[in-house]
Design a protein around this ligand. Structure first.
Ligand SMILES: [Zn+2]
Length: 115
């Protein structure tokens, strides 16, 4: 009997890990298509209570201040502090590309000091 419980618990753990890996891979794939880098993703969310927009930076599979519900998170709005469900997956925004600097770029000469 004990062995059966251990086998079932092990099976459930393996399935949970596999589901997490598939979810993280799908989020990272979507982020790569949008041009984001690394694990950190950004979503632009609109609060259903106050209607204000805010940017939300998040990591797939990690949440300390929100309840993860697949591609949704139940969390407090940073503007009005009321709790709501936000779709963080479909509202992901591409990160702005890094500014290009270095060799070959036009360089503006320093302006002379005003006298
Ligand atoms: Zn709000």
């Amino acid at each position: 009997m004990t062995h059966a419980v251990l086998w079932i618990a092990g099976g459930v753990a393996v399935v949970a890990v596999l589901l997490f890996v598939v979810y993280a891979a799908s989020v990272l794939r979507r982020g790569r298509r949008l041009g984001t880098r690394g694990l950190m993703q950004r979503s632009r969310l609109r609060c259903p209570h106050c209607g204000r927009e805010f940017d939300y930076d998040w990591v797939p599979g990690v949440a300390f201040t929100a309840v993860r519900l697949g591609k949704y998170r139940y969390m407090a709005c940073p503007q009005c502090h009321r709790w709501a469900t936000f779709n963080i997956y479909d509202t992901m925004v591409p990160r702005a590309p890094a500014p290009v600097t270095g060799v070959g770029q036009p360089h503006e000469p320093p302006k002379p000091p005003l006298s």
